[in-house]
Structures are given as C-alpha cells and as structure tokens.
Design a protein around this ligand. Structure first.
Ligand code: PMP
Length: 403
C-alpha cells in the first residue's frame, strides 16, 4: 500500500509551544552581542572574562595529562553527582574558607546556570512565588520564569536587598525561595554587608524559606574584607543552596559549576540533572581537578583580580566625563560590573542604537527588573577590554550621550 502525504493546503498546524516557552523571551544581552559583533565596537555589554588572562597553557597541560593517563575514564560516561576528585577539591576550597563541606554535599553542574534550572525543576510549581533582587541576574529570571514562577522583586539599595522588606514580602507571598547574588552582584556590582546577611538568614529561618545564594564572582575581590557566605550564618545552614563556578576564575568554556545543598534538595537536583544531561562532561571535570592539583588557582585568581582592578579603575576614572551630569554609579569592590543611573528622563534602551552608531555598547538596565523597570539604568562590564580601550570606549560614549 502506498501512503501519500496530504497536500500542504490541507495540512493541519502543529500544536502550540508550551505556555512557559512562549512566556519567557530571549536574553537581550545576547541580542545586543549579536548587533555589536563588529570588531570596531568597544563592547561593555557582555559579561565576558578577559580571554587574554585565561591560563590556556595550564588548562591544556591538564587536559593533555588526563587524556594521556586515563583516557578510558576521561572519555567515558560518569556519575551524575560528579567526579569524586573534583568534588573533593571543591569541598577542600570551601573548608579553607571556613565553610565545612563534604564532597557528598556537592553536585557538579554544567555551569552554575544549570544549577538554577535544576533548582527551578526541583522546587518550583507553576504559580509559586520566587523572590528576586531588584534588579536581578537576567538568566535567573529566565530559569525561574520558565518553571512558571511568579517573580516578586525585593527592594533594596546600594547594600543589597532590604531585610525588613524581605520579611514583609515573605509573610505576604509565602514564597518557595529567595534568589540572591550577595557579592559583586550581576548587574549592580554591589555587595551585601554582614549584618544584612545575618538578618536574611534570620528571616529564612523564622519564616521557612529556601535561600539560593549564587556566588560566581566572590573570588574576584580587589579591595575590602571578604564577607562570609549567607550559608554560614545561624539559621541559614540547613536551608541555603550555595552555587559556585569556575567560569570567572578559570574559564567559562569549561562549563563547570557546583551546588552545595542540604541532602534532600541535592538528591532532587541529581534526579533533575539525570533528565537534563546525565552528567557534566567527564574530561572537563577530571582536567579541572588535575589543574587544581598541579597549579595554584588562588595565585592565578590574584593575577586576574589585579588586572581587573586596573580595568575597574579605568572605568571609574572615565565615567564622570562619559555620563551626563547628574548620573550616579556604584563603586564595586570586585567582580565585573559597574551599574549606572542616568538623570531622570533618559531611557538607556531608546538611546542604545545611537550609542552603537558611535561604536560602543552597554546593556540597558530595564530587562534586569522582575517588576517595574528603572529605564535610566545601564550595566557596563569593565573586565573584557584593556584600560586604554576602556578609556576610548568611554570617550565614544560621551560623544554618543552628548545632547
Ligand atoms: N549566576 C550569575 C550571577 C552570573 O552572572 C552567571 C554568568 N553570567 C551565572 C550564574 C552563570 O555562570 P556559569 O553557568 O558560567 O557558571
């Protein structure tokens, strides 16, 4: 019997996308990167670590050693939880920083971004409230949004979210979790001081709440004292998920992150990860463990932070001339970003095409808000270019914004 395909005119339409897929848009940062791909553009929009500072030689040697000495293991499937040598090495790094951690407390993830998706799968039912910072890391809004979360912003200031406002919102919305980047936040660069961390831990303990503490930037400190993780404050120990990543201290292309979580939640995330990708690439995990064994990562990070500090200083030096009078910005003590607020009446998204015509780019602040956006804001990454390029980029920005 021959079966003939129906004529196109009679073909029925395919079923629609899931509501969650239709409700969450793509990342405006990635869209801007596409428009500004011309090499002459000085692009402050991305969040790209400086490629010239990658330890390509050290990483190549680690891959070479692993592939020569244990190819059968490195190229094979592995456990979902992650390679024991890497989990042990990361646990040891936590312990040195005062947070007692066992290798079994950790799940290796494909970048810390995956941890956000796994947590959304494990914790969030459609309609559940998730509290986020205002403004918030964009791809966290996407991850929780795709799970159908009702995103509620917690107001704050230059020192991060306001614990009193948090307490009130938790009482009102009964959220599943709070998502925060307490140190050198993306997008604002701000860092939450110890007293607020303690207060937030107290709210979580008193009201019953998971805290997701995302810390990809904490190691990149240029000045000031390290502030302990929220996970280490009384009340937060058994309800905080701490996320980390090698993206900003080793290389983002490795796609290696980790989650430190209480056993019940870790187990649920392991199952979610089995469904997502079985496990994070074995060869990358073993090579990172080998890199940690053969090299002093802290010394490498100190070199990177030294260079980033000069770049931050170049940006802070040029900003007063580059931005219109009456603008304000946060001085970050580390990390990768400066967040600025232009005077009332400016709309940084509307201005961007004119800015890009001057061969320079930033990210408008609006997409980082779960609630009502402040359209006068923008984010600039100061680590990708050299101090000279930063100076030139800011001169172009001045020309573009001059009215
Ligand atoms: N969290 C935050 C706050 C980030 O800024 C980023 C990267 N831009 C990530 C998570 C994801 O990083 P990765 O998946 O590369 O570890």
């Amino acid at each position: 019997m021959t079966v003939t395909a129906p004529a196109p005119s009679t073909a029925a339409p395919t079923p629609p996308l899931a509501a969650r897929a239709a409700s969450v848009g793509g990342s405006p940062v990635r869209d801007i990167l596409a428009v500004t791909a011309r090499p002459e553009v000085i692009n402050f929009a991305g969040g790209l670590p400086a490629p010239g500072l990658f330890d390509a030689e050290g990483i190549a040697a680690a891959f070479q050693a692993v592939l020569t000495e244990q190819p059968a293991r490195a190229l094979q499937y592995a456990t979902t939880e992650g390679e024991p040598t890497l989990r042990a090495a990361i646990a040891a790094r936590f312990a040195v920083r005062g947070l007692a951690t066992d290798a079994d407390d950790l799940l290796i993830t494909t970048g810390s971004q995956q941890a956000l998706s796994l947590l959304a799968t494990a914790l969030v039912e459609p309609g559940d409230t998730v509290l986020v910072e205002s403004p918030c890391y964009l791809a966290a809004l996407q991850a929780f949004g795709l799970a159908g979360a009702h995103l509620v912003p917690v107001p704050g200031d230059e020192a991060g979210m306001d614990p009193a406002a948090l307490d009130e919102l938790v009482a009102r919305h009964r959220p599943k979790l709070l998502y925060t980047v307490p140190t050198f936040q993306n997008p604002t660069g701000r860092t939450m001081p110890a007293d607020r961390r303690a207060a937030i831990a107290g709210v979580a303990a008193r009201r019953g709440l998971w805290i997701v503490e995302d810390d990809p930037y904490g190691e990149l400190r240029f000045e000031g004292e390290r502030v302990p993780w929220i996970a280490s404050y009384p009340g937060a120990e058994d309800r905080t998920v701490l996320l980390g990543s090698f993206s900003k201290v080793m290389a983002p292309g490795l796609r290696l992150g980790w989650m430190r979580a209480p056993a019940v939640l870790l187990r649920a995330c392991v199952i979610a990860k089995q469904a997502a990708d079985l496990h994070t690439p074995t060869v990358n995990q073993l090579s990172a463990a080998r890199y940690l064994a053969d090299n002093d990562l802290d010394a490498h990070v100190a070199r990177v932070a030294g260079a980033y500090r000069e770049r931050r200083d170049a940006m802070l030096l040029g900003l007063p001339q580059a931005l219109p009078e009456g603008s304000a910005w946060i001085r970050p003590e580390g990390g990768m970003f400066v967040w600025a607020k232009l005077p009332e009446g400016y709309d940084t998204a509307a201005l961007l095409p004119q800015v890009v015509r001057h061969d320079v780019a930033y990210v408008p602040g609006a997409p980082f808000y779960a609630g009502e956006p402040d359209r006068t804001t923008l984010r600039m990454c100061f680590v990708t270019q050299t101090p000279e390029e930063i100076g030139e980029g800011l001169r172009r920005l001045r020309g573009a914004l001059a009215r």
